[in-house]
Design a protein. Sequence first.
Length: 181
Amino acid sequence: MRNIYIMKKSIILLLIIFSSSLVFSQQNVKWYSIEEAEKLYNQNPRPIFIDTYTDWCGWCKKMDRETFTNSVISDILNNKFYPVKFNAEGKESITVFGQTYINDGKSGNAHQLAVALLKGQLSYPTVVFLFPQQDGKIAAEPIPGFREAKDMETLLSFFADKAYTTQKWEDYQKSFQGKVK
């Protein structure tokens, strides 16, 4: 009887160690508010990545579970971007890059900032890349749709490596060799 008790305790201990190692090996994205990202951008410019979602969007939740938990994706987002999580139907007033946006109900449930970022094409999830232009302005590039980790890595690298300045997306996609399998 004592051996069964010791064996059960050993199995439980091994399960605890194994599950905690899984938790610690998984790197999480450090999400910022858009205002925090703007402050960081002003201190040290790098592209801002915005995950535009809604609470009711199933594909948004799937991307949270499957794409943003991938260690390659979280590493790129944390080290090459200022990643922002933005609820497109949020009710709070947001002031960013000198302009204040509200959710006034004029676009259904959509926040004015969502309408501006997505250029009126309200589709979720949509990721938006904000990056500096040579004229000092900031360009926004919205890209709608769910992305698996492998596809997201290509997309992130295209903007992180500034390949958009020298290559067409189609050419970059064909030649890109990523880490996600």
